[in-house]
Design a protein around this ligand. Structure first.
Ligand code: TYD
Ligand code: MG
Length: 450
């Protein structure tokens, strides 16, 4: 029977219902719903008369003071460093290097400020082993191995650090709640308690959260709107490259990208990463695009392998590219280039597992697919830019100028871009700029097939 003092929350997507269901209506996950007691209106609800609205002219803006993370790449993604009293959520798959990055940063911050690192997953000995591997210096860095919320808040209260790090939020437990650590309600209650305390005492809080396979922050996904900054640490486990991506930032530009490299003694920042994701080699099945991430452009190789399929349903797998986008591009190729792809498996990967979000990489994806299928090398030393419309047109995209500049800097000899009325783009020195209106034109020019 539904209880009027209870609400029912899905542990997978965080959606709320007033009744228990075996399957979540929103994300369709089975057995993911748990009961949570509703809070009743507080007694003080009608007493709080001091809290009043203001006009803009009455609102004072305080100068933001920032704590430098010790890495230029990290600071850029943060918008200049951790803002005093702000809450930052760092997500990433288990094992990607979140604890390593944060321990290195904590050591650097501690040379100037008091830092508390709460390790709720690993013991003090495990942290010490990592620490010795990292070969860092620290001064005001305190390590606290604890997963009880009240003990953690108590330690923050005693120590009054400038920044407190929680590794990870899924391992913290609020003993007042019945559900187990890592559940949506635990994650939410622990974060809001920590957040209230940290805001009140002007302590910056860095919360680490693991992500699930589908890329959403498990439980912490529901925190994204509460915190000031959301970052994601990503990369290919096998390759050493790691990317720190800004997803939300109340104090700086979003979508900034920091580049790191995982080595034997921890993470090193790659300050000039522009050519890290391209080999600029001319082989079949590889096409390069230039993608804009925040304020920086990156040249990224897209690799395709298209093979005769032995399955009833051909296999399509991607790394770094959304599978839905690839399905759409395959359909556009089938329809407008008249190539039957339904009997071919198609594997696509970006260099170093770079997560491509810029739609202007569509054209390079299409070229790499057709190039692999026909075993033909695409146009030599060329970068491909353009979003593919469903009708086969190559659509204009923004930031063409900075993408052309980037390809010149990286030594590309030519670049294919969408047709544009602005011939300022086409009369550029040091690179041959070719414009195309649709995918047929692009394929004809790049692969000389049709
Ligand atoms: P870790 O920071 O524990 O990941 P997370 O906190 O995101 O779960 O990183 C673990 C991986 O990083 C592990 O597979 C080993 C590797 N690693 C290095 O390659 N070099 C190093 O110096 C360290 C400390 C870890
Ligand atoms: Mg960790």
């Amino acid at each position: 029977m539904p209880n009027k003092f209870s609400k029912y929350i899905c542990q997978n997507c965080g959606s709320e219902t007033s009744q228990y269901f075996g399957r979540c209506m929103n994300c369709k996950e089975w057995n993911s719903i748990i009961e949570e007691k509703k809070g009743l209106l507080s007694k003080n609800f009608f007493d709080n008369e001091n809290s009043r609205s203001k006009e803009f002219k009455e609102i004072q803006i305080e100068e933001l003071t920032r704590i430098k993370s010790g890495f230029k790449e990290f600071d850029r993604v943060l918008g200049g460093g951790f803002v005093n009293g702000s809450i930052v959520l760092l997500g990433g798959e288990p094992g990607i290097g979140k604890s390593t990055l944060i321990l290195q940063s904590a050591a650097k911050i501690s040379l100037l400020e008091e830092v508390l690192y709460v390790t709720a997953e690993e013991s003090l000995e495990q942290i010490k082993i990592r620490w010795e591997r990292l070969d860092q210096k620290s001064s005001n860095l305190k390590i606290f191995a604890e997963n009880n919320l009240l003990s953690i808040i108590n330690e923050i209260k005693q120590l009054k650090p400038k920044i407190a790090i929680i590794d990870s939020i899924q391992a913290i437990n609020n003993a007042d709640m019945e559900s187990s650590s890592g559940s949506v309600s635990q994650v939410r209650s622990c974060s809001s308690e920590l957040q209230n305390f940290a805001k009140k005492h002007n302590i910056a809080l860095l919360i680490i959260g693991h992500v699930t396979k589908d890329g959403s922050l498990a439980g912490p996904k529901t925190l994204e709107h509460l915190v000031d900054v959301v970052l994601n640490f990503e990369g290919d486990h096998i390759a050493s490259r790691r990317l720190l991506r800004g997803i939300k930032n109340r104090f700086g530009a979003t979508l900034e990208l920091g580049v790191f490299e995982m080595q034997e003694n921890g993470l090193n920042e790659v300050v000039n990463p522009n050519s890290s994701f391209t080999n600029n080699e001319n082989i079949s099945g590889v096409a390069t695009t230039i993608t804009l991430e925040g304020t920086r452009s990156f040249a990224v190789d897209i690799q395709a392998l298209v093979n005769k399929s032995f399955y009833q349903n051909p296999k399509r797998t991607t790394t770094g590219i959304s599978l839905n986008r690839v399905h759409q591009i395959l359909a556009v190729i089938e329809k407008h280039i008249k190539i039957q792809l339904s009997s071919f498996d198609c594997y696509l990967a970006t260099a170093g597992g770079f997560e491509l979000n810029d739609p202007s990489s569509d054209l390079a994806i299409a070229i790499s697919i057709v190039s692999s299928l026909k075993n033909q090398i695409p146009l030599r030393n060329c970068a491909f830019i353009g979003e593919l419309g469903l009708n086969g047109q190559v659509r204009e995209t923004n930031s063409i100028k900075s993408k052309i500049d980037e390809s010149i800097r990286l030594g590309f000899e030519q670049i294919i871009i969408p047709h544009t009325k602005d011939n300022g783009f086409t009369n550029v020195q040091n690179i041959k700029v070719i414009t195309v209106k649709n995918i047929q034109e692009a394929i004809t020019l790049s692969l000389k097939l049709i």
